[in-house]
Design a protein around this ligand. Sequence first.
Ligand code: N01
Length: 557
Amino acid sequence: MSTSTPEAGPTAEHFDAVVIGAGFSGMYALHRLRQQGRRVVCVEAGDGVGGTWYWNRYPGARVDIESMQYSYSFDEELQQEWSWSEHFSPQPDLEAYANHVADRFDLREDIRFETRVNELTFDDTVDKWTVGTASGDRFVATYVIAATGSLDVSNVPDWPGLDRFRGQAYHTSRWPKEGAELAGKRVGLIGTGSTGIQITPEIAAVAEHLTAFQRTPNFSLPARNRRLDPDYEREWKADYPERRKQILGTHGAVLMSNAAEQRSIFDYTAEEREEVMERAWNARNGLEFIRTFTDTSSDPKANEILAEFVRNKIRSIVHDPETAELLCPKTYPIGGKRICIDSGYYETFNRDNVTLVDIRTHPIEEVTESGIRTTEAEHDLDVIIFATGFDAMTGSMLRMDPTGVDGARLADHWADGPRTVFGLMTAGFPNLFMVHGPGSPSVLAQMITTGEWQVDWILRTIDHLDENGISRFGVTPAQESEWAGEVDTAASRTMHARTDSWYTGANIPGKPRALLMYVGGFQRYSDLCTRAAEEGYTGFEMKQRALTLGPNHQTPQ
Ligand code: N01
């Protein structure tokens, strides 16, 4: 439908809602809005669906939540008919699943692919958003749902000479669809976060030589990935609705096995705790290792015991003692940064074609025509791979440069760090909802399920607004301060807030420092959001829709 409004221009298309992003949350939002009979369009920068799992197609990319849980719950037939092949799904399987869902629910017809939003402006006079795109489209809508992803804007170091390099350079989050030619090449890899740790064994297996440039080592646990056990799959499918319900009642929206001891590490003698940690290390539960004891994420002494156990594992795997020591994290608590799980990461450093370079001691000075020069040496390379992470949690919102009521810019409102209520809304930007926004559990909880939950909350809210004739709905600075208090109190009980990482914005020069997600647990989070809705959105800003008078209306004398 094309209509004309003076503000949005003659070719603007009008919708009830615009969904930004066709990742898992955006696809679900589109589906639900259509189910409700609303006019909706979804705008996606890529040429396919899947979001994170569309962009991050580097070799070795894999999710660290088990497949039976890391999937949609909204449709029983869908969850019964789909079969995962591996316990932890690799990127191609996740992308295939996203495509299956898009086809099954005919989502593509309402997605504009290869369309990047570059303008997001609220029009105070009509309480509507104008969404402009780099391709020149203009959409006008009452609501915007920004499902723009927590990890979307790539972080590329600002080193001199980057444009001089004569070889190929890639960022892992923009990996070419056709793949990158690494066989027989001298490859330099920068970054040893989850991404670097996943791609390292894959590069080493084909490259002539891999030089891994490490600034900070990470704690990584063996993924022990495997084919999905058909009995395990059957067990889950027999009980899916009940298990999905239970998932929503947990801290991280993930059901754990019963391996965790739920006791303090100090309840054991030194010998006993070694045994417990050994059992947990060998259990096939990936990230659950970190929850073996109740106090390692809050008590530094307890944390150090667990950290040293992992360091000793690294020392036992890596043959060269100097390399092993370099790979041992010693400057922050285990679990302070996002824990990684890997498939043969430490073992890779036993290969003859792999070198670890310490760029903490000898930083990179520049990229040259033929490689990378550190303060210590020159490294000749054919390919440079940046696994240097993201401007996380806020980058994808700020990149669109939204302007809200009275032309206020989000960049100004968040200049000292993001301010939100529930990570769902921010003051001065009414009718704009974020999924997995800063201040929500987001990356600390299983994101497909919690994304579904947030979308349901948003749609329930939109229903309420329609039923009550409300044209403008937003949050206030006072609510933001209250939510910031809740977020900070929860953060103060964890190691995350005290560790430099992308969780706190410390990875991006100049970014304000604060823990960007809510660590109070999904269960408490969802209770608080639900209560706000049940109490009729008390404290939220609401403006009644102006009455449109029909032709037969008579003004009272
Ligand atoms: O990014 P990161 P990532 N000079 O920010 C280094 C999810 N994920 O893409 O630590 C030199 O963690 C940086 O060094 P340092 C998961 O949530 C999940 O790996 O800042 N080095 C670090 O080593 C994860 O946490 C999965 O000193 C520089 C690395 O680059 C999140 O994505 C898989 C540098 C960046 O690590 C992000 O992970 C993959 C510089 N200027 C990702 N700048 C799974 O599900 C950065 N670095 C398993």
